[in-house]
Design a protein around this ligand. Structure first.
Ligand code: SF4
Ligand code: SF4
Length: 630
């Protein structure tokens, strides 16, 4: 197949032929929605560059993953893919078609994976073909063993391989061979890395699966590979799928609380010039002090893509995912999945969502979507409109009698015509609008200011601010760079609260005063598909942008703990967990608020609370749904 040949691919056939899994095919159909531009490469950057910007850009690369085999020459105890491995190879022509498909879709980076990708008999030809069709960067994920053959490593480099991510889980044969279930894996893996590095053409980095067998030596593991010349490390937290959970749960899963001191020593490596450390699926509260290592929230898009049929089964039909059950307690997706997506759908179906949002210009996907939206009995309706006239027109068709109404007009629009209606609050985004609304809208209405640094400064400079009429909301942002560019600092937020302005979406400990909680499980009409179900991609995007909050491990002792969702992840990535200070019953910071002592007790308390809430939710409020255990 030549790069110019017309490509008329039938994704269903690719699935039947074994080129793609069903999930891969679905992910492919949807992946363009999560791809954005960006071409900066880690390996091209000098040390000393802004690592945050580099990492954020790296998450935007357009990647095309191609599975070449369903077999492996190792038998890792933690393997996630064990259920998919049947000892087969994907045929060469199918692989070429899939590689070409990715290029036609505009993907820049080709990633050859498996099983073990390099045992495919046409592996070198696949690299060459990827180069021929025009990929900018060709990477493989590998255990490194095949590259211990010097000629093979050189041939791969000459064919155009740019990067090899080698899975190495220990710094000794004793640890690595045991974890990989393969005597000799350590020695051959190291030899493979050395051969690839010796070509001078291939960037070599490593993946480490964090587990009970290696977490105590993680600092030594990273040092070992750093001394070999490795500068990029991806630390993957063990997750409850595949062989690792089914067969080796007790020897692999560990209490993250025990690992904190070892992790903190290991993470220091990230401070060295030119070193890039990534974490993968590691619960964020364990990264206090190392917030820049928190995984970009957009990774959730691909995580949900990977299990699309499972999650859509829940959203569309109320069928719990195959994996639901005892795995959930160990699962990195628990927050967006069980803790948020499950109750979101349950409340949507029951018509009990407390807040809904709609744009006056909204075009319904279908009558079922409209019916589902209008079946809610919200406490508050958010209506966005370009002008007051548009808002008035839309209000006549809103069915929510008795709900509070919040209006958000385009910047610069005149709100005066709305004075005849009972409106609970107005949302403003600019200084000009804040001034105008304060002067024109009825005094009974609240003015909700969506904070920016400029707006916060302006509010603080007003000598006669009618603070009782205002709510100042800390905005959520999908990207950390947006938070850094726009959001006021914690100190400024505290000054606003001190001036009497009620803050929203800010933890009480940051405000130093009572606060209004941020929005949670707000149904935007845009999130509904034609059948009236939550659209998975829009749900995940909404979670990243608005729901992804976190607290410190230290929060377990805070009197606000049960009611507080913490702060949005990107605000914490920008300012650190240290801004959170546990409070006593009177709202005063605890004397030892910064202390990590008694952490184990705190975590147990948090787990018990969460478990209690889950049980109430799953067995009390809602009918149990039959689970489908694997
Ligand atoms: S159902 Fe449970 S195990 Fe499956 S993705 Fe959701 S939280 Fe994880
Ligand atoms: S629970 Fe945590 S984030 Fe919330 S107020 Fe207390 S210390 Fe702050």
């Amino acid at each position: 197949m030549t790069p110019d040949e017309p490509l008329d691919l039938d994704l269903d056939k690719l699935v039947r032929d074994g080129v793609l899994t069903r999930d891969d095919a679905r992910a492919l159909q949807h992946s363009q929605q999560s791809d954005t531009d960006g071409a900066m490469r880690l390996e091209a950057l000098p040390s000393g560059e802004n690592k945050d910007a580099v990492k954020e850009d790296a998450t935007k690369h357009k990647r095309h993953w191609v599975r070449t085999t369903r077999l492996c020459n190792q038998r890792c105890t933690f393997c996630l893919d064990s259920m998919n491995q049947d000892g087969t190879m994907i045929d060469f022509e199918s692989l070429k078609a899939y590689i070409l498909l990715g290029k036609r879709m505009g993907r820049e980076r080709l990633i050859l994976s498996g099983g073990e990708a390099s045992v495919h008999p046409k592996f070198i030809e696949l690299i060459r073909y990827g180069r021929q069709v025009g990929y900018e960067w060709i990477q493989t994920i590998t255990n490194g063993m095949m590259f211990s053959y010097t000629k093979f490593a050189k041939a791969c480099a000459d064919a155009g391989l740019n990067e090899a991510t080698v899975s190495m889980h220990g710094h000794t044969a004793q640890i690595h061979d045991k974890l990989t279930g393969t005597p000799g894996a350590f020695v051959t893996g190291i030899k493979g890395m050395q051969n690839l590095m010796a070509t001078g053409k291939v960037v070599v980095n490593i993946d480490v699966v964090l587990n009970k067998q290696n977490y105590k030596v993680l600092p030594e593991v990273l040092d070992f590979y750093y001394n070999m010349g490795i500068r990029e490390f991806d630390l993957l937290h063990i997750i409850p799928f595949g062989r690792g959970f089914d067969e080796h749960r007790h020897s692999l899963f560990f209490d993250l609380n025990d690992a904190v001191p070892y992790f903190r020593r290991a993470f220091q490596l990230a401070n060295r010039p030119g070193v890039y450390l990534w974490t993968n699926r590691l619960p964020v509260m364990y990264l206090e002090g190392f917030e820049r290592l928190i995984q970009d929230p957009h990774k959730l898009l691909s995580e949900f893509d990977g299990g699309r049929h499972n999650f859509e089964g829940w959203l569309r039909k109320g069928m719990k995912p195959d994996c639901h059950g005892e795995r959930c307690d160990y699962c990195f997706l628990d927050g967006p999945c069980r803790q948020t997506m499950f109750p979101f759908r349950e409340q949507l179906e029951a018509g009990t969502l407390a807040e809904v949002r709609i744009d006056a210009q909204h075009v319904w996907q279908g009558t079922e979507a409209r019916a589902k939206f209008e079946a809610q009995k919200p406490e508050r309706v958010w209506l966005a409109a370009r002008t007051a006239q548009d808002a008035l027109g839309a209000m006549d068709h809103l069915p929510f009698a008795g709900s509070k109404l919040a209006i958000e007009l385009d910047p610069g629009a005149d709100p005066a015509p709305l004075a005849v209606r009972a409106i609970e609050r107005y949302v403003v985004h600019t200084i000009d609008d804040a001034q105008r609304y304060l002067a024109t809208v009825p005094a009974a209405a609240t003015i909700e200011v969506r904070l920016t640094q400029e707006l916060a400064t302006w509010l603080l400079a007003q000598p006669d601010l009618p603070a009782e009429r205002l709510v100042a909301t800390l905005q959520d942002h999908a990207y950390m760079s947006e938070s850094q560019a726009i959001d006021p600092s914690p100190a400024v937020l505290a000054q606003l609260a001190h001036k009497g302005v009620r803050l929203k979406n800010v933890p009480r400990c940051v405000a130093g005063a009572p606060v209004e909680p941020g929005e949670h499980l707000t149904l935007d009409a845009k999130m509904l598909d034609g059948a009236g179900a939550l659209d998975l991609d829009r749900y995940v995007a909404s979670f990243i942008g608005h729901e992804y909050a976190a607290k410190s491990l230290r929060c377990g002792r805070c009197a606000e703990f049960e009611h507080c969702r913490g702060a949005h992840i990107n605000y914490l990535r920008s300012h650190g967990f240290a801004i959170l200070t546990p409070l006593d019953e009177d709202g005063r910071p605890l004397a030892d608020a910064a202390s990590f002592e008694h952490l184990t007790e705190q975590l147990k308390a948090q787990a018990a609370l969460r478990s209690k809430r889950d049980q109430q939710r799953l067995h009390g409020l809602h009918k149990p749904v039959a689970t489908q255990e694997p």
